[in-house]
Ligand binder design. Structure first.
Ligand code: S3P
Length: 161
């Protein structure tokens, strides 16, 4: 197995769609799915029952337990600087970047817990996190197709071997 590429980016940048392409020829772990299995409930249910800070603790612990060619993270992984440090130390960080309005259009009708806070709060979150995503080793324009991004990442991974 190669050292992992950690895929980061705000909600709605297309991480899950990218994952479907990466999976065709790589071992990929989706951190949110791994957490749902571990917690035995959906993330919205977990947020409602235990709150965001418990979720961040679980997310931080799970990040340290997963090994794969690609690890697709939830949008808030950058909330803890120790996670950014971990990802930098153990692999390469790839950020998907997309303007807020496009992200919002994709997520506004979803059941993601933070989306329930409303557009203004989510936009403030986007702005606050923007410099954190910039810690990535590679930033990719997420308006490209997921297939094209997956191709580019597999090329980068080949170079990284
Ligand atoms: C979150 C993003 C979600 C999920 C959780 C918190 C965030 O993942 O981890 O709802 O804080 O941005 P996606 O980015 O895959 O939607």
């Amino acid at each position: 197995m190669t050292r992992p590429f950690y895929i980061i980016g705000f909600m709605g940048t297309g991480k899950s769609s990218l994952k479907r392409y990466l999976e065709k020829s790589n071992h990929v772990i989706d951190l949110d799915e791994a957490l749902e299995r571990h917690l035995g409930m959906s993330l919205p249910a977990y947020f409602a029952r235990h709150g965001e800070s418990s979720f961040r603790a679980e997310e931080t612990a799970m990040l340290r337990n997963v090994h794969a060619d690609y690890i697709v993270t939830g949008g808030g992984i950058v909330e803890r600087s120790e996670n950014i440090e971990w990802m930098r130390r153990h692999g390469r960080i790839v950020a998907l970047e997309l303007p807020f309005e496009l992200c919002w259009g994709r997520i506004k009708d979803s059941d993601r817990p933070l989306v329930q806070l409303g557009k203004r709060s989510v936009e403030a979150l986007y702005e606050r996190r923007r410099p954190l995503y910039a810690y990535a080793d590679v930033t990719i324009d997420a308006s490209l197709s997921s297939e094209a991004i997956a191709c580019e990442l597999d090329r980068l991974k080949e170079e990284d071997r």
